[in-house]
Design a protein around this ligand. Structure first.
Ligand code: ADP
Ligand code: MG
Length: 365
């Protein structure tokens, strides 16, 4: 296990990481995503684990051994940063061999390992090329090969895809997960993008304000975020209050059957969880008015006014602004917020780049 206990990192008088606990298995290729908005302390945490940032208090242990006295180069951790940090004037093979030369591997062993790694990251035989001749995605694969070459006992990836185009990011996310799987290296990958986290990871630790605020299997995180703030960060644009009674959840946006105990909750809705349909004659249920229509590649997205709440929904391409629609909730796509209420440590507005504060919160939330 990699175990962080009460870890605090201060810059000056300000705590960037405060009293953080996190435990990660170190057997096999488990991938943990560290997901959080820009500025929440993700890079600082990675640097602290790598030994590049001293702890102000707390401990980090690996398989029970305190890492504090162990310098970065003796921790046997591989690190890849956002921009890869390759040596630009050198060949790809030189870059991949870097950690092996530092560890004084023999020349033939280095040559063999470099060739194997270039095969693994799908750049076979390209060892002689210069880094500058490669695309951004290829450079990140070289950085990954370099980090994996010395067979690290833990791999730390800090936003390895964020400098790349969206389309390439999705492809490379899966490729990286496969490469990590093939090497069996336990990995922590930092991202501010929840889809990217889900593409790669078996588990997502959500970080906010220097703390881990939720640590769950992705499916659980989507269905049961622990706060409205987390719900919004993972794509819920509407949050409203609801009550559950005898297996029926009732809200201002409709009712659905749920298998949960009676009580008050809040629900988080991403557009896909709300289906808007043109009102049929005499149709009942919850109704709203179309305020905006956008044709996206994946379908039609509408913004509705439902009583005093603005709601994003999916609908039929024939919908027009001003149409009256009835709405249905998709139980399988909605989030039920498990935390009792927004706590004082959760600001309702934020300038953090990663959090979308444009999402609406129902006034009864
Ligand atoms: P993230 O990677 O989640 O975007 P960082 O760990 O880079 O967040 O930064 C967390 C906070 O610490 C930010 O407010 C940032 O401005 C601040 N910070 C980062 N590095 C330093 C530093 N070396 N000195 C002072 N403040 C820093
Ligand atoms: Mg960062």
């Amino acid at each position: 296990m990699l175990e962080l206990s009460s870890v605090t990192v201060n810059y000056g008088s300000e705590a960037v990481i405060s009293d953080l606990d996190l435990a990660i298995g170190t057997r096999g290729a488990t991938i943990t995503a560290l997901l959080g908005p820009s500025g929440c302390g993700k890079s600082t945490l990675i640097r602290a684990i790598a030994g590049l940032e001293p702890l102000s208090s707390g401990t980090i242990t690996f398989d029970g051994v305190d890492l504090a006295p162990i310098p970065t180069h003796r921790r046997d951790f591989g690190v890849v940063f956002q921009d890869g940090q390759l040596l630009p004037g050198r060949s790809i093979a030189d870059n991949v061999a870097y950690g092996l030369r530092v560890r004084r591997w023999s020349k033939p062993d280095i040559a063999k390992r470099v060739a194997d790694l270039l095969d693994l990251v799908d750049l076979p035989g390209l060892g002689k090329r210069r880094v500058a001749e490669l695309s951004g995605g290829q450079q990140q694969r070289v950085a990954l090969a370099r980090a994996l070459a010395p067979r690290p006992r833990l791999l730390l990836l800090d936003e390895p895809l964020s400098a790349l185009d969206r389309q390439l990011r999705d492809r490379l996310a899966l490729q990286i997960a496969e490469i990590i799987g093939a090497t069996g290296t336990p990995t922590i990958v930092v991202t501010h993008d929840h889809s990217e986290a889900a593409m790669m990871a078996d588990r997502i630790a959500v970080m906010d304000g220097g703390r881990i605020v939720q640590d769950d299997h992705p499916e659980k995180l989507w269905r049961a975020p622990r706060s409205a703030r987390i719900a919004k960060f993972i794509g819920c644009t509407t949050v409203v209050a609801a009550t559950i009674s005898a297996g029926v959840l009732d809200s201002s946006l409709g009712r659905v059957r749920v298998d949960l105990p009676d009580g008050g909750v809040r629900i988080g809705l991403r557009p896909e969880a709300v289906i808007a349909t043109a009102i049929a004659e005499g149709g009942g249920g919850v109704t709203g008015v179309v305020r905006h229509v956008a044709s996206l590649p994946e379908g039609t997205r509408v913004r509705l006014s439902v009583a005093d709440v603005e709601v994003d929904a999916v609908g039929d391409p024939s919908l027009r602004v001003g149409d009256e629609v009835s709405i249905t909730l998709d139980r399988d796509r909605m989030a039920i917020i498990s935390g009792a209420d927004v706590s004082s440590s959760e600001p309702t507005t934020s300038n953090d780049r990663g959090f979308d504060t444009r999402g609406t919160v129902g006034r009864n939330a």
